[in-house]
Design a protein around this ligand. Structure first.
Ligand code: UN1
Length: 513
C-alpha cells in the first residue's frame, strides 16, 4: 500500500496507525474495546479504533440532542453554507479519502474516487436545496382563512451504513439532514470503521471553523449492539439503515415498535433484460461493469441477465469473452478491474453460491475460484464467475454479495422477460437493453419493472445522486439522495390561520353557544 501513497493519505485524514485508534471529533466518546481494521487488499492491519460503550453512547446522544436545540434555529440557507464548506473540504480530500475507501473496502481506486465524488455532488445538491425546502399553500374552505404547510427540522437522525459504500451513503444522509436542521449520529460498518473516522475528522474541521456545536455530527463505532441502542432510542425520530434484508427487518421492527420512522436501503437482485433489439456492445459494458464492479458488492450490482433466446448465444459469447479480459488484483493499481471481497466470510458466501448453483442444476460458464499466491495474500480475491441458471433456483432468488452473474433465457415477447425480472423478492434496480421503443416503454410502464430504479440502455448500477435512490419490496421502500428524498428528514406541519372576527367550523358544522 505504501507505494500508492497510503501513508500520506492516512496522515492527511487524521488516521493514526499506532495501536490506539484515533481520537478526533466525537470519537473521544469511545472507551470500549478495540476494533481492528484489516485491509482486504493486502491483509494488513491498517489501524484500530475504539468502540463505544453504553456510557459513551449516552454522552453522544446528550451532545447530539443539545446541538439540535441550537442548530434547528439556524436559517436553512446558512446551514446550506456549512454543507457547502463540507463539500469544499471533500474536494480537497478527494484523493486521500478515495484511496482510503479503496484500501479499507477493496473497491477500485476509480470507484473510490467516484464514491467521494458522490459525496461532493450531494453537497452541491443540498446547498441549492437549502433555499428550496418548499411546502404548499392550499385554499381554505372557510372565508378569511389561510392554509399552508411548512417543514421543520426533525431531530437526531441515526445512520447505520454498510461497508460497500462506506462514505457516500453517510453523506447522502447527512447533507440532506444538515440542511434540514437535523443532527446526525452515525454507526458505520464495523468492517470499515476508518472511513467513518476519516469522514468525521473532515466534518469536525468545518464544525470547528464555524464555531458550531460538535454534536451536529457524531460517530459511534461498534457492532450491531450499538446499532440496537440507536434503533430502540425514542430520542432518534428517524433511523436510516443500509444493509441486508435480514438486518432491515430487525431494524424496521425495533423502530416501528416505538413508532419511529425508518428509511431502509436493503438488498437488491438486479437484472438486465437483453432483447433482440439490444446493442450488444453497450450490453457487454453495462453488464460486465454491473456484475464485477465493486467485486459485485453494490446493492445495485447486476446479478441476473435475462436474454432473449434468439440472441442468447451471441450475448453469452460476448460476455464470456469480456470476462477473459478482466484483471483481478490490487484495486489501488489502476490496471486492475476487480479488487478483493471485503473479508473471508464474503469469500465463503461466494463459494457457497457457486456450489449451490451447480447443485441446483446450473451450468458454470466462467469458472470461479479463490486466488492465491503473490498479491493475493489476503485470501479475499476471487474470480468473477458466470453460471447459466433458472430464475426459480433458490440461490438465484437470493442476493449474494459477490461477482456471480446468472444468465437466464427467455422466449417470446418482452412481457416474459419482465415477469422473470419481477419474479424475485427484491426490488431495487433494473434495466432493459433495447432500441425498440415499444419494449422500452412497456418496461417503464405500470405493467413493467417493479423496482425503484428502472433504466433503459444503461446497466443497473451507478445511479446519479440527483434521483431518489431506493427500491420496493424487500429492498425496504426507502428513498435517499436526490429528488424530494429530503422530506423524510423534516417534519411537516399544516397551518390554518383565521384572520376574521368569527370562528366558522370546517365541514360547515354549526355549533352555537
Ligand atoms: C449501494 O450499493 O449501497 O447506484 C449504493 C450505484 C451507486 C450507489 C450504490 N451510485 O451503484
Amino acid at each position: 500500500a505504501q507505494q500508492f501513497g497510503m501513508t500520506e493519505a492516512l496522515q492527511q485524514l487524521g488516521i493514526h496507525t499506532i495501536n490506539e485508534g484515533t481520537s478526533t471529533g466525537q470519537n473521544h466518546f469511545s472507551n470500549g474495546e478495540l476494533l481492528e481494521s484489516f485491509s482486504p487488499v493486502d491483509g494488513q492491519l491498517i489501524a484500530t479504533v475504539k468502540t463505544s460503550t453504553i456510557v459513551d453512547y449516552e454522552k453522544v446522544m446528550q451532545t447530539a440532542t443539545e446541538a439540535f436545540q441550537s442548530f434547528r434555529t439556524m436559517p436553512a440557507p446558512q446551514r446550506g453554507e456549512i454543507v457547502r464548506q463540507f463539500g469544499e473540504k471533500l474536494r480537497k480530500n478527494k484523493e486521500a479519502l478515495g484511496k482510503l475507501v479503496s484500501y479499507e473496502m477493496g473497491k477500485s481506486l476509480q470507484e473510490g474516487y467516484g464514491e467521494v465524488q458522490e459525496m461532493i455532488d450531494i453537497c452541491d445538491f443540498a446547498v441549492g436545496l437549502s433555499r428550496q425546502l418548499h411546502g404548499l399553500t392550499m385554499h381554505s374552505e372557510r372565508p378569511g382563512h389561510r392554509m399552508y404547510e411548512q417543514y421543520h427540522p426533525l431531530g437526531v437522525v441515526g445512520i447505520i451504513s454498510a461497508f460497500n459504500f462506506p462514505v457516500a451513503v453517510w453523506a447522502w444522509n447527512t447533507a440532506l439532514a444538515w440542511i434540514s436542521g437535523d443532527v446526525c449520529v452515525w454507526k458505520p460498518s464495523e468492517k470499515t470503521p476508518l472511513c467513518g473516522v476519516a469522514c468525521q475528522n473532515i466534518i469536525a474541521q468545518v464544525i470547528k471553523e464555524n464555531n458550531l456545536p460538535e454534536g451536529i455530527s457524531c460517530l459511534i463505532n461498534g457492532d450491531y449492539t450499538v446499532g440496537a441502542l440507536m434503533t430502540n432510542d425514542k430520542r432518534i425520530p428517524l433511523i436510516s439503515a443500509t444493509g441486508s434484508t435480514r438486518m432491515g427487518k430487525i431494524v424496521a421492527q425495533a423502530v416501528a415498535s416505538r413508532l419511529g420512522k425508518s428509511l431502509l436501503e436493503l438488498g437488491g437482485n438486479n437484472a438486465i433484460i437483453v432483447t433482440p433489439d439490444a446493442d450488444i456492445k453497450m450490453t457487454v459494458i453495462g453488464a460486465v461493469f454491473g456484475a464485477v464492479g465493486t467485486a459485485g458488492q453494490r446493492c445495485t450490482s447486476t446479478r441476473r441477465l435475462i436474454i432473449h433466446e434468439s440472441i442468447y448465444e451471441k450475448v453469452k459469447d460476448a460476455i464470456v469473452s469480456a470476462y477473459g479480459q478482466l484483471k483481478i488484483g490490487n484495486p489501488l493499481d489502476q490496471n486492475n478491474h476487480v479488487g478483493p471481497l471485503i473479508d473471508l466470510h464474503a469469500v465463503e458466501m461466494y463459494k457457497n453460491a457457486l456450489s449451490k448453483v451447480v447443485a441446483e442444476g446450473g451450468k458454470v460458464l466462467v469458472e470461479g475460484g479463490v486466488l492465491s499466491g503473490e498479491g493475493y495474500e489476503s485470501g479475499c480475491y476471487v474470480k468473477p464467475a458466470i453460471a447459466e441458471a433458472d430464475n426459480s433456483f433458490e440461490i438465484v432468488q437470493h442476493e449474494t454479495f459477490a461477482p456471480v452473474l446468472y444468465l437466464l433465457r427467455y422466449s417470446g415477447t418482452v412481457e416474459n422477460a419482465i415477469q422473470l425480472q419481477n419474479g424475485v423478492a427484491q426490488g431495487l434496480s433494473s434495466a432493459i437493453m433495447t432500441n425498440n421503443l415499444r419494449e422500452a416503454e412497456l418496461f417503464l410502464s405500470v405493467v413493467g419493472s417493479d423496482c425503484g430504479i428502472a433504466n433503459v440502455n444503461i446497466g443497473t448500477s451507478g445511479a446519479e445522486i440527483g434521483g431518489a435512490f431506493g427500491g420496493e419490496k424487500e429492498t425496504g421502500g426507502g428513498r435517499e439522495s436526490g429528488s424530494d428524498a429530503w422530506k423524510i428528514y423534516m417534519r411537516r406541519q399544516t397551518n390554518t390561520i383565521n384572520y376574521t372576527t368569527s370562528l366558522p367550523l370546517a365541514q360547515g358544522i354549526k355549533f352555537d353557544l
